[in-house]
Design a protein around this ligand. Structure first.
Ligand SMILES: Cc1cc2nc3c(=O)[nH]c(=O)nc-3n(C[C@H](O)[C@H](O)[C@H](O)COP(=O)(O)OP(=O)(O)OC[C@H]3O[C@@H](n4cnc5c(N)ncnc54)[C@H](O)[C@@H]3O)c2cc1C
Length: 437
C-alpha cells in the first residue's frame, strides 16, 4: 500500500515521517526544487533568513512542542520574548494591553477608561453580542485599545476590513485580558500576556528550515521534488497523480498543498464547489531581509500598526533568535509585508520594496543606511488564510467535496485554517493516529 502525499511543506513531511515510522510506504510530491514550503531558510554571506517570514518554535500543545524540540535538540537556542509594538515613536510592550504604561498619558487614559466602560456595559448586559471581528475587538478591549492598536494592526496584516471578517477563530488566539492585568499594566506593574510564547526556541544553525530538514531526514529517499501535481485521478482502486509529463500511481492520496491547487487537478468538480474554493481568501507575503554592521534594539520582533510608516506589518530581528544567524559584529532585520495576491506589491521591484523598508527603519531609528551590508527579498503566494464572513460556508463545501472524493486534507492551506506549525503537526498526529486505528 503506497500513499502519495501532495506537497512537501512541514505538514507533508511530518505526515511522511509519521506514516513511515508506522511501516507504511509513502511518496511525497513537491512542486518546488526544495522541500519545506513556508518553513524554508536561506543563508547568504553569513546571514540566515527564513524565506516564509520569521518563524519561532512555541506551543501550548506540550506533545507537539516536545516533538519539535526533540527534532532540533542539539541545534537549538532558547530565547525570552521581548516583543514590542511601534507606537507613536515608542516601543510599547506586547501584547498591547500589557504595555499600556508605555503609552503617552492621554492614550493610556483613553485605553483604560474605554476598557472599563466596556466592561461595565458588558456586566449590565447592554452590549450587543459581536457579529464580526471588528465588533469582537471593541467588545473585548474597548474603543481605546481597539482604535490605538487592534483595528489598525489587524487591517494592516489582513488587508481586509475587520467588520467583514468572521470572529470564529479569535478565541484563544488573541488573548482576552483580565481587568486586573489591564489596571496593573496601565500603572506600570509588569504583566505578561500570551505566556505560552514568552519563551521560544529557534534552531541555532540553518534557520527554521533546520526543523523541517530534521523531520524529513528519515524519509528523504521517498520525496520527489520538482513534481508539480497537475492532475489527480482515481482509476479503479488506484490513484494516478500526474505533473503533465509523468504519472505516479498510489493506493491513497493525501493533500497538504493548497486546496486552490488541488481542485483544478480534479475532473468534474461541480461549479458551486469550484466557486466556493475560489472565494476562499488568502494573503501573500513579501519579506525584505537586511543585514547590517553593528547592533539593533534588543527586541525579538515588533508590530508596526501605523499606516504612515508604510506597508510593513511586522519587523523581526533574527540575529536575536540565534547567535549564528548573522556574522560576528552584525545583526539582521526581516520586514514582512502582507499583500493581496496580484496587487501592486506583487508588481513592485525588489529594489522598490527594499527602499521602502530601509526608509521606514531609518525613520524608526533602528539602524543607519550606511551600515547595510546585505539586502534580499523573498515572496510567498500563500501566506495567511483570511477568515471573511463567507469562509465557514465556503470551506465546508470544499471539505465535503474532497471527503467525498476520498482525498483527506491536512495542513495550513489544505485544511485552509490559520494553523501555525504546531497546529499543522497536531493535525498530522491526529490524522495518523485515527488512520487505520
Ligand atoms: C509570515 C509567517 C510567519 C509564521 N510564523 C510562524 C511561527 O513563528 N511559528 C509557527 O509555528 N508557525 C508560523 N507560521 C506558520 C507556518 O509557516 C505554517 O503553519 C506551516 O509552514 C504550514 O506548513 P504546510 O506544509 O501546511 O504548508 P506549506 O508550507 O504551504 O506547504 C505546502 C507545500 O505544497 C507545495 N505545493 C503547492 N502546490 C503544489 C503542487 N501543485 N504540487 C506539488 N506541491 C505543491 C508547496 O510548494 C509547499 O511546499 C508562519 C507563517 C507565516 C506566513
Amino acid at each position: 500500500m503506497t500513499t502519495a502525499i501532495l506537497g512537501g511543506g512541514l505538514s507533508g513531511l511530518t505526515l511522511a515521517r509519521l506514516m513511515h515510522e508506522k511501516g507504511e510506504e509513502v511518496i511525497v510530491l513537491e512542486a518546488e526544487p526544495v522541500i519545506g514550503g513556508l518553513c524554508r531558510s536561506k543563508t547568504t554571506g553569513g546571514f540566515t533568513f527564513d524565506t516564509g517570514g520569521s518563524h519561532i518554535i512555541f506551543s501550548r500543545d506540550t506533545g507537539v512542542l516536545a516533538f519539535m524540540r526533540r527534532m532540533i535538540e542539539t541545534n537549538l537556542q532558547e530565547n525570552h520574548r521581548n516583543t514590542k509594538i511601534f507606537y507613536k515613536g515608542r516601543f510599547v510592550k506586547y501584547p498591547f494591553e500589557n504595555g499600556l504604561s508605555d503609552l503617552p498619558p492621554e492614550d493610556r487614559f483613553f485605553c483604560i477608561n474605554e476598557f472599563i466602560k466596556t466592561l461595565i456595559e458588558a456586566e449590565k448586559g447592554s452590549l450587543r453580542t459581536p457579529a464580526n471581528f471588528r465588533e469582537w475587538i471593541y467588545y473585548t478591549f474597548g474603543k481605546g485599545i481597539a482604535e490605538c492598536y487592534m483595528v489598525p494592526y489587524n487591517e494592516k496584516i489582513w488587508k481586509f476590513p475587520t467588520d467583514r471578517m468572521s470572529l470564529h477563530w479569535v478565541d484563544g488566539r488573541i488573548p482576552r485580558p483580565p481587568v486586573e492585568d489591564i489596571i496593573r499594566s496601565a500603572i506600570g506593574i509588569e504583566t505578561e500576556g500570551y505566556t505560552h510564547q514568552a519563551v521560544f526556541a529557534y534552531p541555532l544553525d540553518g534557520g527554521i528550515e533546520a526543523l523541517v530538514a530534521a523531520i524529513a531526514a528519515p524519509v528523504l529517499p521517498f520525496i520527489r521534488t520538482g513534481f508539480r501535481v497537475s492532475s489527480v485521478r482515481k482509476s479503479g482502486n488506484r490513484w494516478e497523480i500526474g505533473n503533465g509529463s509523468e504519472v505516479i500511481e498510489a493506493d491513497r492520496c493525501i493533500c497538504t498543498m493548497p486546496v486552490h491547487h488541488l481542485l483544478p487537478c480534479l475532473a468534474g468538480v461541480p461549479t458551486d464547489v469550484g466557486a466556493a474554493c475560489d472565494a476562499l481568501r488568502y494573503n501573500s507575503l513579501a519579506c525584505v531581509n537586511i543585514g547590517i554592521r553593528g547592533t539593533v534594539p534588543p527586541v525579538s520582533w515588533m508590530y508596526v500598526p501605523d499606516p504612515a510608516l508604510g506597508r510593513t506589518n511586522r519587523i523581526s530581528f533574527p540575529s536575536g533568535y540565534s547567535r549564528h544567524a548573522a556574522p560576528a559584529g552584525h545583526s539582521s532585520v526581516l520586514a514582512e509585508i502582507t499583500h493581496l495576491p496580484g496587487d501592486e506589491v506583487s508588481g513592485m521591484s525588489d529594489a522598490g520594496l527594499v527602499n521602502e523598508v530601509v526608509g521606514m527603519c531609518g525613520r524608526m531609528g533602528l539602524f543607519e543606511e550606511k551600515d547595510i551590508v546585505h539586502t534580499s527579498v523573498e515572496r510567498q503566494e500563500f501566506a495567511y488564510v483570511v477568515y471573511d464572513l463567507a469562509y465557514q460556508a465556503n470551506i465546508a463545501k470544499v471539505r465535503e467535496y474532497c471527503a467525498g472524493a476520498g482525498i483527506p486534507l491536512v495542513g495550513r492551506f489544505a485544511q485552509f485554517e490559520y494553523l501555525n506549525m504546531d497546529g499543522c503537526i497536531r493535525s498530522v498526529m491526529d490524522f495518523v493516529k485515527s488512520d487505520g486505528a
